[in-house]
Design a protein around this ligand. Sequence first.
Ligand code: ADP
Length: 615
Amino acid sequence: ATVGENMLRGDRGVRVEASVSNGGFFSRSMKMAKSELPLLLLSFVLLAMSSASRLLLPHYQGNIIDKVIPDPDTGAYDKAGFLHFIKIYVWIMVAQGAISTIYSAIFTLVSRRLKFVLRNKLLEKILVQDVAYFDGTESGRLISRLTNDLNLMMAPIQSSLSSLLSNILILIGGLIMCFWKSYRLSMLAFVTVGPISYLWEQYAQWSKGLAREMMSHWAEGNSIASQALIHVRTVKAFGCEHQVLHNYSQTNKEALNCGIKDAWGNGLTSALTGYLDLGSGILILYYGGILVYNGELTVGELVTFQLFWNMMNNAYQNLQGLITSFTRSAAGAEKVFSLWDSDPDIDPQKGRDIVRENVQGGLQLENVSFHYQMRPDNKVLSNFSLSIPAGKTVALVGRSGGGKSTIINLLLRFYDPKGGKITLDGQDYETLKVQQLRRLFGVVTQETELFALSVEENIAYGLDKDEYTHEDVVEAAKKAYAHEFISEMKDGYKTRIGERGNRLSGGQRQRLAIARVFLRRPKIILLDEATSALDEHSQEAVHKALSNLIAESQATVVLVAHRLSTVVNADAICVVDQGSVLEQGNHDELVAKGGIYASMVAKQVKKKSDLLEQE
Ligand code: ADP
């Protein structure tokens, strides 16, 4: 298997994402919003002011009505008082409008900034995961974390955090005002509140479950789509677009079914609570009317009470809806936080800095044992030891499946050994900063992964703009025998390569990978030679490019080789099988020894093909 394949290997079982401690949702969100707290605080104050001013309105409405009702004895009405209250009413309204504009703008601003931070942080969190994590998690699901789950989590915060808070304030204020105006009416109206809240509570729970289910269907759909798009040529070659579409629409349909259920549930709950609400309205009018008739309440006071009650009731219902959407968002947050909480085993922050200039490039595997997390019973390496001296070229040969690519994976510290250790210039890998370690390497795998960027950007991938010039890129390409075909392209080095480099042949892609290594001037070069059938011409070009690379660089080279011609000049050749070194020495020594390597060579010479193989 190639390193590239191993990296791409899909979902082969369960990956343990750390489970989230439930309930910490709000406290964790608050922690994340720490930098925004001053602005949030300001908007809370404005929000409180705006809610308070809204609470004053019904009171003045009642006053206005009482002023227009003529005095039963004199028949006169208080025109000055009437105008006075109208004036106050207008001022409050204007102030309230202005304040609420400001705070809602602040809330939107804050939530957008939070989302920006979260998106960045989340991709960082994904990228920091071990390669083993990606062995077990499909990329589509991870894209879902960045899109669907994050959106679901942020949706209510963006649109309704402010309304949540203002509704809470209005609810409390309205309640106080209602009791202040008439405690008897308040008590009566309250009869209906219990059933309403029970209904909403039930709905919220149910809806949260549905949201979770819907998310998982969406993630599945994303995964199907992204797999199909990554491998679109295979999909087309097999003519199975309809199957992809069918599977995709199946998952979407299941998500839709959840959505439909939720819509019905929401409708029904709203209808029932609506009726209960109307009931309370009638009760208030009926009993309030009697109170007015008996002279215990003025008409203005009844109107005020009614307005307060409606206001409070509205706030209460809004809150129920908001709480539902917040609970749903908790379903998205659970996923986001679970990713947040899963820390990689290989901590990128840990370890000493590497001083590049001092690196010699000697590598050593000491009694290394290893198996992949997905297949613990398949012991790939056991007590494997190998010394790769600085500046030398070591070739690994042997049967496919013997563990050669795994050694390359371990040298790149994609995985840590389960036993034994790997050292660079005598220093244990685990004591070094992993990213700096990896930056010492230049890698050419069988599957060259190219990005949807220009040829030049692909060659310079991973380097900062100030680390190379266009001339450097051209020089690297020339050494890699890639300059010619690049120059023939429409826009030369500026030509954009399609995603996965589809517009290039296998040999051309590989030469680009070799150019990358030339440009990077790595301390250590890892080569996984392609066995795939390249045509004669490009085989020769790739071969010349590789020989150039090995000959010219001072680097340590580890080479997984399949061809005799590549191996002959290596300083040491290791025959690897079933996770251990069977033979070691240079070409002449091993041929003289007459062992496995010698028989591989003999067989190859007989076949006259250039491929080293052993049954
Ligand atoms: P080689 O490069 O010599 O062909 P590999 O190192 O690719 O051999 O494979 C060694 C063994 O490890 C094989 O049995 C292979 O199936 C297994 N293997 C390789 N990569 C993975 C992986 N990502 N997850 C599980 N098993 C793997």
